[in-house]
Design a protein around this ligand. Structure first.
Ligand code: SAM
Ligand code: DTB
Ligand code: SF4
Length: 328
């Protein structure tokens, strides 16, 4: 009997992943869609909204990022938002139909008082019945436990690319630092949201190795964001060669096959994608998006455009925990 193609595995070999990437496109999408249907309803997409709670002025040197102090970009540095502003944004996101609210801060890692303030924000958002997510940079075990206690459901921390290519993109923290944070998040009992970026100038092998690293973690991240680079003027990667959309779709399909029960998020980059490309991304097994006019500092499709897209494709938003608790 041949092995179940939708089985959860943690022993993917480089050669196997290379073979998936090299499949004829129709075969790859058929396999990804079959795996998808073995674990998820076919037409349901999870919807999160992002808010930048602390914008710009970041000491890290990530070459793609408009929030790094190392580059002269249109993004100015702002202080941490007040609780009231976060409450308002979360309410608006919930009213628009988001079920998860993700708070992002341009930090290398949070400091004591900052963490306490974010913990207050998390309590507030959780009490509105939204799922909570945060992305605040590196966390030690104690910080992760504090966030979990405040009610944080998901922590986003990306590998971004393969270990081999990583040094071309970020020099101020190591790949191992990232893996350590992921372990601390997991040990604190939170869901892990971890993925990367396509379009940094990496090779297909780098894309494959990044996905293989994620899939061979002791547990798969519950959420796997695949971002297409949003090129921002002033960053070193502005002007980089754009990725072929078919290669982007292949990357999502391989993520789906390697991590069959994880939500794969069609993340940054939708603003510059056609409806047709996005439709292929959903066919490849993407079942989560960011919803709302802005990502952190860059534009995302408007909510009207996304409602139309969902209608065009017959997609429905996934119910959140508030709906699960209150079926009325
Ligand atoms: N500062 C924290 C960190 O890096 O861990 C949290 C926020 S950071 C903006 C979160 C993620 O957004 C990055 O890891 C990267 O994958 C993604 N990102 C940042 N700038 C991007 C861009 N221009 N295009 C696509 N993705 C981007
Ligand atoms: C993720 O993987 N992508 C989101 C979220 N996690 C935090 C961020 C995308 C940021 C795109 C550039 C910007 O808007 O600043
Ligand atoms: Fe800072 Fe995060 Fe941007 Fe890197 S990706 S420069 S850590 S905000």
């Amino acid at each position: 009997m041949s092995p179940d193609p939708a089985a959860i595995r943690h022993d993917w070999q480089a050669e196997e992943v290379a073979q998936l990437f090299a499949l004829p496109f129709n075969d790859l999408l058929f396999r990804a869609q079959s795996v998808h249907r073995a674990h998820f309803p076919a037409n349901t997409v999870q919807v999160s909204t992002l808010l930048s709670i602390k914008t710009g002025g970041c000491p890290e040197d990530c070459k793609y990022c408009p929030q790094s102090v190392h580059y002269d970009t249109p993004v100015a540095a702002d202080p941490l938002l007040e609780l009231e502003a976060v409450r308002e944004a979360a309410q608006a996101a919930r009213d628009a139909g988001a079920t998860r609210f993700c708070m992002g801060a341009a930090w290398r890692s949070p400091r004591g008082r900052q963490l306490q303030r974010v913990a207050e924000m998390i309590r507030e958002v959780r009490d509105m019945g939204l799922e909570t997510c945060a992305t605040l940079g590196m966390l030690d075990a104690e910080q992760a436990a504090t966030l979990r206690e405040a009610g944080l459901d998901y922590y986003n921390h990306n590998l971004d690319t393969s270990e081999a290519f990583y040094g071309e993109i970020i020099t101020t923290r190591s790949y191992q630092d990232r893996l350590d944070t992921l372990r601390n998040v997991r040990d604190a009992g939170m869901n892990v949201c971890c993925g990367g970026i396509v379009g940094l100038g990496e090779s297909r092998v780098d894309r494959a190795e990044m996905l293989r690293t994620l899939a061979n973690l002791p547990e798969h991240p519950e959420s796997v964001p695949i971002n297409q680079l949003v090129q921002v003027e002033g960053t070193p990667l502005a002007g980089a060669e754009a990725v072929d959309p078919i290669e982007f779709v292949r990357t999502l399909a391989v993520a789906r096959i390697l991590m069959p029960a994880s939500h794969v998020r069609l993340s940054a980059g939708r603003e510059s994608m056609s409806d047709e490309t996005q439709a292929l991304c959903f066919l490849a097994g993407a079942n989560s998006i960011f919803y709302g006019e802005k990502l952190l500092t860059t534009d995302n499709p408007g909510t009207d455009a996304d409602r139309q897209l969902f209608q065009r494709l017959g997609l429905v938003p996934e119910a959140g925990k508030a709906a699960a608790a209150d079926p009325a």
